[in-house]
Design a protein around this ligand. Structure first.
Ligand SMILES: Nc1ncnc2c1ncn2[C@@H]1O[C@H](COP(=O)(O)OP(=O)(O)OP(=O)(O)O)[C@@H](O)[C@H]1O
Length: 293
């Protein structure tokens, strides 16, 4: 797969404060990377470094094989970026601003622009100073999606959008992904990341603490099992890999280590299983697990 973004051992200090201590990940063509972490973890600092807005203190950061700081002008011709709070020129209309953004990028597809204005239900004739937060986001998204870029960087792109518009955004991202584009998506809306991302990069205190597909990350975590048996279900409590065991009558609920699922199933079979349900962790569960420790 073609490597579009490569970040290796990125570090950045603001005065004495280390905002980025060790950030490494890659984004390939046709791939959506979900970049998640709590407030202040370093997501926007990483993105601002990639955009060449700030320079790093150490590490490597490349887009299209080029250095993000030295070759930023060249890189920018092929990327679209939408921040979490799109700033607009208040006296221009939304439509004029979209056209300006498209022109600054070197041109875009007018029919795509019109299609997106309809999809996002934006009134392009209104002056930007009259727009709500959600409408300002729409202007940024429409402009970014109207141009043909090879890399799309979204930093909390749907903040302020209602769920219907969030869904429109997700559909449009799926389309650009299918077209082979690379997408870096930083978002607090974990259901959005869960739906779109091929891989997730979890950052905490300036350090990447986990990278992998959702399936890989799920494998590291416990599933929630609910089971009912004919025999005494209490015997499950002492099986390897069973945690947080709770029992009501002959029904038990516990979290199960995936590595021990075989032991758990064979012990359960001895008891005569009447019901067995195993629910894998959601991205939210995985995320909470990283921040509770
Ligand atoms: N220009 C700056 N000067 C000083 N400190 C900064 C600067 N920019 C960011 N920081 C600090 O660096 C840390 C990382 O900030 P960053 O904005 O990258 O976090 P984030 O993960 O994007 O958080 P959020 O989810 O809240 O947007 C924070 O502690 C922030 O206060």
């Amino acid at each position: 797969m073609k490597e579009i973004v490569k970040v290796q051992g990125l570090q950045k200090k603001f005065g004495k404060f280390k905002a980025l201590r060790d950030v490494s990940f890659t984004v390939n063509a046709g791939e959506v990377i979900g970049f998640i972490g709590p407030n202040g973890a370093g997501k926007s600092t990483t993105i601002r470094t990639l955009l060449g807005i700030i320079n790093r203190d150490a590490g490597e950061a490349k887009i299209f094989g080029k250095d993000v700081w030295h070759d930023s002008l060249e890189i920018h011709k092929r990327i679209s970026y939408v921040p979490g709070d799109v700033a607009l020129w208040g006296s221009l209309t939304g439509g004029e601003i979209i056209d300006l953004f498209i022109k600054l990028h070197g041109g875009g597809d007018k029919s795509k622009r019109d299609y997106l204005i309809k999809r996002f239900e934006l009134d392009p004739k209104k002056k930007a100073k009259g727009y709500s937060k959600g409408n300002r986001q729409k202007v940024g998204l429409i402009a970014a999606l109207s141009v043909d870029s090879d890399l799309y960087i979204f930093d909390e792109p749907t903040s302020g959008l209602d769920p219907l518009m969030e869904a429109v955004f997700q559909e449009e991202v799926e389309k650009i992904k299918r077209a082979g584009k690379a997408i870096l998506l930083s978002s607090h809306i974990l259901s959005e990341v869960e739906r779109l991302a091929d891989k997730v990069v979890i950052i905490r205190q300036g350090k990447v603490v986990e990278t992998g597909t959702l399936e890989e990350l799920r494998h590291l975590t416990r599933s929630t099992v609910t089971m009912v048996t004919e025999g005494d279900v209490a015997r499950m409590a002492s099986v390897n890999g069973v945690h947080d065991f709770k029992q009501t009558g002959n029904q038990a609920t516990f979290s199960a280590d995936n590595a021990f699922i075989n032991d758990i199933l064979s012990e359960a079979a001895k008891l005569g299983v009447k019901k067995f349900e195993s629910v894998p962790p959601t991205l939210e569960d995985l995320f909470m697990r990283h921040y509770e420790v």
